[in-house]
Design a protein around this ligand. Structure first.
Ligand code: ATP
Ligand code: MG
Length: 257
């Protein structure tokens, strides 16, 4: 597919150029590329909030046309309802689909436990830490059991330790329902530790530069796996591919500045 956006100057700008990749059902795919290359744009096309200028996106063999059912989205910034409690936030999806309050709350309580927030059911988002809010956002999305889970740098802004804990938790939760995951990140270590496949994008206009299969054994613990020889080798190979794109994007931003 390709995607052109209108620029504020009244022109058009090519953001995606013949971007083409396939995500296997139930697999965890990480997409990595330099800042501004078009990763979020790619996700919004899979989600159905944006349409490609040319080409098509298919989810489960069906052409994406508008916001898909069974598609969950976890954004970079926490998209929780500030006025609802933790339990209310997590119960929001089932309630929206018409589930009785009591049943929705019982199910939400179970997910609150799974993301390690038992005891915080009645707290509001402002009373939580950043990492806790991400957990709420995760539970809020996972309770809907999406078949496809799109994540756009969901752990950005968290410290390294919290990121690692959240990554392990995400993998455990993913094993429970096995949605198809597309996970966008800047962090190559995070991408390798989590994914079955890493897709490297070029500096904009984004096109798929290379794909790497990550056949590290599961279950994985992201902190430990980084020291394994196989991981280090993969990291070197993928960085080889990514490095030029990161530098190209940087040089371009400096020349514009
Ligand atoms: N709605 C829009 N209208 C016009 N241009 C847009 C729009 N959305 C994104 N762009 C442009 O598309 C390009 C890619 O943006 P995108 O958000 O997809 O990048 P990204 O790879 O997710 O970057 P980052 O890693 O920094 O999040 C940018 O140059 C941006 O200015
Ligand atoms: Mg982005």
């Amino acid at each position: 597919m390709t995607k052109y956006f209108k620029t504020p100057e009244g022109g058009t700008r090519e953001v995606l150029r013949e971007t083409d990749f396939t995500v296997e059902p139930g697999a965890f795919t990480a997409v990595i590329g330099p800042t501004g290359c078009g990763k979020s744009t790619t996700l919004s096309m899979i989600c159905g909030t944006e349409r490609p200028t040319t080409g098509e996106v298919f989810v489960d063999g069906r052409h994406v046309d508008g916001i898909g059912e069974n598609v969950g989205f976890v954004f970079q910034n926490d998209a929780v309802f500030p006025w609802k409690t933790v339990l209310g936030n997590v119960a929001a999806g089932p309630r929206f689909r018409g589930m009785a309050r009591k049943d929705a709350q019982a199910e939400a309580a179970e997910w609150v436990r799974r993301v390690g927030l038992s005891g915080f059911e009645r707290y509001h988002p402002a009373q939580l830490s950043g990492g806790m809010r991400k957990r709420v956002a995760l539970a809020q999305t996972l309770i809907n059991r999406p078949r496809v889970l799109l994540m756009d740098e969901p752990f950005a802004g968290l410290d390294v330790q919290t990121r690692q804990i959240m990554s392990d938790e995400l993998l455990t939760l993913w094993e429970l329902t096995r949605p198809t995951v597309v996970f966008v990140t800047h962090d190559l270590e995070e991408a390798i530790a989590l994914a079955d496949k890493v897709v490297v994008m070029t500096a904009g206009p984004a096109t798929v530069k290379e794909e790497f299969v990550i056949d590290l054994p599961r279950p994985r613990r992201v902190r430990e796996i980084r020291h394994e020889q196989e991981f280090v080798k993969l990291h070197e190979r993928i960085w080889e591919s990514l490095r030029d794109e990161v530098h190209a994007a940087y040089d371009r931003s400096m020349s514009v500045a």
